[in-house]
Design a protein around this ligand. Structure first.
Ligand code: BT5
Length: 320
């Protein structure tokens, strides 16, 4: 898109000014057309100032989750090499699924400012207030067995929790398998879906929803946002770029067979280990002490009988 090309002209001249004439030469369009596109960008929230004799200068960018902003000089090997961004979409997981079916490469991202039918696990809903959170999906094509897929949920939750701790010094914790919490309230959920045959994965879609600048009143009970916990708004662009970098790092570890290292870090971020929990899966509920997460990502419960149970899916409630 021409608007994106104009933005990259500015980014090449980060410190300085760029004249309408230079831009028109570089892009092969008239100066009047340059001016029209600059006006478009201003309407979208870009702060572009014109200085007589010097040219235009980009002084601020809107906090929009577009390919141009998220992908700019992002140093990753696999994740976010291609970003499809939308203003509104039903569910980023559904669009990512359609792209993957049509052969999209692994690492590609689908991201939206809002979702009309954002999904959680087991048919639940994901509340996605417009331009406040980040709602995105990642297409992966790992060469693994279906039983190894839960590890992908674990490193995704770990990537989010780690980004929050590293960049904001907030105490983010993980609740098995897919919740990221701050102060026992949910700020992020991961929904991992796969397309597989008995012993072969075709592709995996990781869906990540994270409350960034969202007000508590716009979220379900028990949820919070980074803004609410930090006491100020933050750049969604920077937050998402940070998560992309950590996803890239942990996906590399995962592919190299280093699930042990991932589980070790995941356990360090966990708040449920060593506590008595109830795990609910549809109508079944069981209770015991959460003692471990094994190399397949299963939760190990020590039952009152003294025997251990391996739990593959469910919702954890911490009892004490
Ligand atoms: C999850 O499910 O936590 C997975 C959420 C994944 C959402 C992303 S957004 C991008 C991608 N596209 C999609 O359509 N989905 C993914 P689960 O563990 O089942 O939790 C769902 C429950 O979390 C709901 O029943 C609510 O109680 C709660 N919830 C809903 N919206 C929330 C929000 N914005 N923040 C915190 N909690 C929420």
């Amino acid at each position: 898109m021409l608007d994106d090309k104009i933005l990259s002209c500015f980014k090449k001249n980060e410190e300085g000014y760029i004249s309408g004439e230079e831009m028109s030469r570089e892009l092969g369009i008239s100066r009047a057309a340059v001016w029209k596109h600059i006006e478009n960008l201003r309407e979208e929230g870009y702060g572009i100032v014109a200085f007589p004799h010097l040219g235009y200068k980009l002084i601020s960018i809107p906090d929009r989750l577009t390919e141009a902003e998220l992908g700019w000089r992002l140093k990753t090997d696999t994740i976010a090499k291609k970003i499809y961004s939308y203003k509104e979409i039903s569910s980023t997981n559904d669009t990512a699924h359609d792209l993957a079916m049509a052969g999209e490469k692994e690492g590609s991202i689908v991201i939206a400012e809002s979702q009309t039918a954002g999904r959680g696990r087991m048919g639940r809903k994901w509340t996605s207030p417009k331009s406040k959170g980040a709602y995105f999906s990642v297409i992966l094509r790992p060469n693994i067995l279906p039983k190894e897929v839960p590890g992908i949920t674990l490193f995704s939750a770990l990537s989010v929790a780690k980004t929050i701790r590293e960049t904001l010094s907030l105490d983010a914790f993980i609740k098995w398998p897919n919740d990221v919490l701050i102060d026992s309230q949910k700020i992020c959920g991961v929904l991992t879906e796969m397309n597989a045959e008995t012993d072969k994965i075709n592709f995996v879609i990781i869906g990540i929803g994270i409350n960034i600048n969202t007000k508590k009143e716009d979220l379900p009970k028990g949820a919070t946002s980074i803004m609410e916990e930090l006491g100020r708004e933050l750049s969604r662009i920077e937050a998402v770029r940070g998560i992309f970098k950590n996803l890239d790092k942990y996906y590399k570890l995962f592919k190299s067979g280093n699930i042990g290292e991932i589980i070790k870090e995941y356990k360090e971020f966990s708040n449920f280990l060593g506590t008595r929990v109830q795990v609910a899966y549809h109508d079944t509920k069981i209770e015991g002490y959460a003692i471990d997460v094994d190399s397949d990502g299963a939760l190990i419960l020590r039952m009152d009988s003294g025997l251990n149970e391996r739990i593959l899916a469910g919702d954890v409630i911490m009892l004490r």
